[in-house]
Design a protein around this ligand. Sequence first.
Ligand code: KG4
Ligand code: ZN
Length: 378
Amino acid sequence: MIILGIETSCDETAAAIVKNGVEVLSSSVASSEEIHKKYGGIIPEKAAREQLKSIIPVIKETLLKANLSFPKGVFEIDAIAVTVGPGLIGSLLVGVETAKTLAWLWKKPIIPVNHLIAHFYGNFLNNKTMEQLSNETIFPAVCLIVSGGHTELVLMKDHGKFLWIGGTRDDAAGECFDKTARLLGLGYPGGPAISAKAAIANETMKQLSNETIKLPRPMINDDSFDFSFSGLKTAVLNRIKNTKLTNPLITNQLAFEIQEAIADVLVKKTLKAAEKFNVKSILIGGGVAANDRLREKLKLDTRCPSFGSGNSTRLIQPCSKPDPSAGRQMPDARLFVPDKKFCTDNAAMIASAAYFNYHPVPWQKIKADPGLEITQIA
Ligand code: KG4
Ligand code: ZN
């Protein structure tokens, strides 16, 4: 089955063609990030206007890349999938109304997709290991979604069976990267900016041995699966209140510690959930899942090889022999790490989610829903 996915929930306009939920035939993304950079965050009206400019060219481009250009190639598309929420209303409307129009015009079924659930499906894209595994060997899985607007832990019992187990009580992990980067004058988006400075700090740490910066890891030992990142932002603010950030060594070390603190909390809670629910796999998704240090810490703490499509150390064997020296033993849990381009917003994950949760709806009933949540389907 060939699905055209359309994603316009925020500042990316994306379209993709995916075969059987796993094989990406083409994926195109246009971003208005450059426009928002000078404001230090996304301006919803500007994002919506850019969506409108980009939507048709992006869909055309992805059809062309997959050799399915209009009109002949369109016959080969079996269905259209579109993000209906959560997201910015102006942006969502562009994708939703375009998808509905195309579904009517081309007489294709249309599947509404929850953007958050779609992030899980980044793990299934172009991932040969995943393809070879049966559902029984993948599920139950614990999924960590970490993006600019969300930090959610979800137990995925099967395709279409989700149990939300925790989330952030205030700022999302990506938001914390973005806000602390702004405090440090590092620009937007904050995640990659912090990550780049943290890498420099790692190299030059010895030069700062007399001044080690330590930040809190909020709620790390708390019993729940919830998160809180606003305290971390305040701690950074307090740390720099009386300091002129003229010494790049301090900025870099702060960036390093911010990244460590966020990754430590995310990893600890994810592994706690994996243990409690005795899962067979750990999936990650969302823009922050592209963070190298988070990926590395997850790999180290599970002591498992990762099976991500974006990972060069892809192994076929699960981590069946736990390392006795490991602090934690996750004998049967596989860690999946999506290709970085499928962590940040894209439309291939939308098409994949629609394939594995195939519920077409008459186009007249499809509406953008900016506040859409993860519905409990257990
Ligand atoms: O999933 P996404 O592309 O859009 C939303 O749905 O929000 O996530 C965007 C977020 C931003 O907060 C950005 O700073 C963060 O993901 N991000 C990263 C990295 N790349 C993007 N955070 C940490 N490390 C990265 N490499
Ligand atoms: Zn997203």
